[in-house]
Design a protein around this ligand. Structure first.
Ligand SMILES: *Cc1c(COP(=O)(O)O)cnc(C)c1O
Length: 239
């Protein structure tokens, strides 16, 4: 695994150089379907951000994980009846896809005396199955979320449609970046779109070239997911 991680990091660096970017990109290792031991192994290789897409699955693994400084991201659709569990288990919810979910998370986090970092998931591309608010609604949604106590909106997340040629995902990544810039320009008090979570194994280099600050990589780190995981844990799967 240490070699796979090093390879991903080299590819990240190369993409940053191509884009003449001098900032850094956070690697979120998508550990869905893999057991706690595999997460601990990645941590021992220096990875400290992990993405999981199902609340229940992560609930089972969480007790076995004692990884100081590790950050756990929920990256799959969250049903509101699992919001409370999700707030308990995760450090950031990257897949907030409606104002009502934001309200609910805010209420729960506030009761717990927390300020929960979240990303707004935006639906880029035309596939109807992927979650997120429409690009045209994103600005207004962020503005509403800025008023919700208990959460802090840190940026945007997207899962563009799969394209055989990752180059074809470029316009979607660019769209998300431009959307974030536009929202920042409107100047919503207390909000900065500093985080752009976009790009997966197949297309993360293009995403970095287009301004991703975080990429979510599963397969390139952990290998192909087992068949059960393919069925249940695919991109955008239910949490
Ligand atoms: C599974 C998943 C990933 C990682 O996908 P890979 O192709 O294995 O890198 C990234 N983001 C989300 C939302 C996912 O569900």
């Amino acid at each position: 695994m240490v070699n796979r991680i090093a390879q991903v990091q080299e590819r990240m660096q190369a993409a940053l150089r191509r884009a003449q970017r001098e900032d850094e990109v956070t690697l979120v290792a998508v550990s869905k379907v893999f057991p706690a031991e595999t997460i601990a192994e990645a941590y021992s290789c220096g990875v400290c951000h992990f993405g999981e897409n199902r609340v229940q699955e992560f609930e089972g693994k969480r007790p076995a994980l004692n990884l100081p400084g590790a950050t756990f991201h929920l990256i799959g659709h969250l049903q509101s009846n699992k919001a409370r569990k999700a707030v308990e288990l995760f450090d950031r919810i990257d897949s907030v896809d409606s104002p009502s979910l934001a309200q609910r998370l805010g209420k729960i986090a506030e009761e717990a005396g927390r300020e929960l970092p979240v990303l707004l998931q935006v639906h880029v591309g035309e596939e109807r199955t992927k979650g997120g608010v429409l690009p045209a609604e994103a600005g207004a949604t962020v503005r509403r979320m800025a008023d919700v106590k208990g959460i802090r909106v840190e940026g945007l997340m997207a899962i563009p449609p799969y394209r055989e040629d990752p180059e074809q995902a470029r316009p979607f990544f660019r769209q998300l970046r431009e959307l974030a810039e536009e929202i920042d320009r409107t100047g919503i008090p207390g909000v900065s779109m500093g985080t752009l979570s976009m790009g997966m194994t197949h297309d993360f280099e293009i995403a970095i070239e287009e301004g991703a600050t975080e990429i979510r990589v599963g397969t390139a780190i952990f290998g192909e997911r087992p068949p059960l995981g393919k069925a249940r844990g695919r991109a955008g799967g239910r949490a």
